[in-house]
Write a protein that binds this ligand. Sequence first.
Ligand SMILES: [Zn+2]
Length: 255
Amino acid sequence: MALNYFDQHGHLTDEGIARYAEALRQDAVDKLPSAMVQHIEQCESCHGQALDLYALIADADYSALGALPAPQATVRRLWILRAAAAAVLVMLSWLAYRLSAPAPPSQPVVKVETPVDTIREDSPGRIAQPDKPATPPPAVPRETTPQYADASFYTPADNMEGMIVSTMRSGGFEVTAPANSDTIARTEALRFAWKNAPEGELTLIILTNKEKEVHRSSVTAANYYSFEGKLTPGLYYWKLEDASDLLHVGKFYIR
Ligand SMILES: [Zn+2]
C-alpha cells in the first residue's frame, strides 16, 4: 500500500502528495509512513507540491465527504492545482516571448543602417530620402562607384606596354579596331577587327591591366571579333595570336 505513494524515481506520487497534504490538514503528519515524511523533508519539489495542495484544500469544506477524506477528491484537487500551474507557465512563457520580441525587430533596424551608410558615402544627396524601398538604389552606386573610383584598374602593366611597342612594327598584318588606347563605353559594342592576318585559327585574349586573362576566343576565317561580355571599367590589354606567333598587343579603356 505504501508503495503507491512513491513513483519509480523515488518521489511522491499524486496519491502520496494528496496523502501528505491531507495529513497536514488533519494535523496528522506523525501518522504518515516515515519514508514519506523523510522524503518530503528532503525533497523541495514534493514538499512544494504538498504545501500548494494543502493551501488549496485547507479551507475546503469536507463535511460532505464524511469523516474519512476521499483520496480521489484530494487527487482531483491536485490536478486542478497542476492545471492552474500549467496555465501560469503558459502565461509566463507568453510574457517571456513578448519581452524577448523586441529583439527580432532590432535586426531590421541594424540592416537599415547599412544602406544608409552606403548612400551617405556614394551619393550624399540621397540621405534625405526617408523611403525604405530605396534598398535597390543603394545597390547601384555600391556596384558601379568603386569600379570607376578605383585607380588601380587604370595602372598600366609595364610588361604589356613594352609588347605594344614591339608588335606595332610587325608588317603586313594590321589591326583596324579598336584604335590603340581607345576608350569604349561599357554599354558600347567591343569590336576587334584586323586585316591581312595569317590563315588558320587565331586566338584573341583580353587581359586586365594586371595581366589577368578575362577572355579568350578562337577566331577562324574572320577578320573581326565582337566581344559580347561586359567589362568592368578600367584599362585592358588584348592579344591576337596565331598558332605560332603573337600578332598584336593592344590596349583600350572601358569607361
Ligand atoms: Zn520528491
